[in-house]
Design a binder for this molecule. Sequence first.
Ligand code: PGA
Ligand code: ZN
Length: 422
Amino acid sequence: QIQKIHAREILDSRGNPTVETEVTLADGTTASAAVPSGASTGAYEAVELRDEDLHRYGGKGVLQATQNVNTVIADNLCGMDVSDIGAIDRRMLVLDASKNKSRLGANAILSVSIACAKAAAAALGIPLFRFLGGSNAVVLPVPMMNILNGGAHAANTVDIQEFMIMPVGAHSFHEGLRMCAEVFHALAAILKKEHLSTAVGDEGGYAPNLQNDEEALQYLSHAVEAAGYVLKKDFVFAIDAAASEWYTSGGNYLLPKSQKAYTSKELNAYWEGLVERFPIASIEDPLGEEDWSGWAELTQALGDRVQLVGDDLFVTNVQRLQKGIDQSCANAVLIKCNQIGTLSETLETIRLADRTGYASIVSHRSGETEDTTIADLAVAVNAGQIKTGAPSRTERIAKYNRLLRIEELLGNNAVYLGPCCF
Ligand code: PGA
Ligand code: ZN
């Protein structure tokens, strides 16, 4: 039974305020959860409530959101059974009564939703992944590790937001993690030799100034080989274009850094060419969140051999995912709890993806905290893939370390899908 709910304003990895909520149960069990925050956010995400008081944190304070937790949410949830996450989330949706959680704030609501799930797991004496996924939760995700940053996450000349490596040739999660860290360090050595910057972007990947985006893929290829691995066999690449950031209007795109202009059709032709030249197994947001027809065309062209992931397109929203399914757009969905704002709605979106053969990839945000919920969530739903940044910056490492602990806990039952993760 929930006895007390208390929220406070803490800082995320960019030094911006975010919400942390602590739940206390009648038996004395406590648990807390902190929510992340995006930079290249989708237009259809649930609303992150910010104070807009320019005297504090440039308007980014979250005192209104913490106040909402400490008053209206706490008043209405105290006394409820903490293990009934569905009922808790439904109660908050009724209290909010807006379409996009703009009244109480998705940051306020999600912090309570997750803290309650953690408290319920703690009260039962089981790990969070087990509470959420039951005894079937055994799959450790293949990391989609973002080792070179561009776009809105880095002050460099690269337009594509994320260049990721996936250790599909590993036999276990811990082996895959080691292989990725080795490639990350090999990349640093190569960049240093070329007198390029090894300063990192928001998700911990290097952010050098490069001639063009393809050069980034060449550096990734060199780094994989320099670390002693074989492309395609040991590693494949994934990219996140975050192309909603490039969309102007009427099916036109302008890449902000290179100032190159593309129509939707030209951009699709660019992706088709790129997957011919590099071992790219997955492309996220290759087109904008409004460009349903462009998405359908690309899915038709590449969907049978490349994973096409909707992030800003779907925003973890069951209705938008259904629309994508109906129009044959994408074949995978990025899962970010704070895009939708409750754990139950997140799980509902994953269930729809499972039923319709879409892959689910559990993801961090570019602004993160030490909270490791997404590691447990990835295992709970047997997602098979996780995006949580480079092996650098502790807010990213915390998730990888949590996965190492879960893998150890599962022992012989742990499953690593490798190339079958797609
Ligand atoms: P964001 O970026 O957290 O800044 O939205 C992550 C992503 O686009 O996948
Ligand atoms: Zn994305």
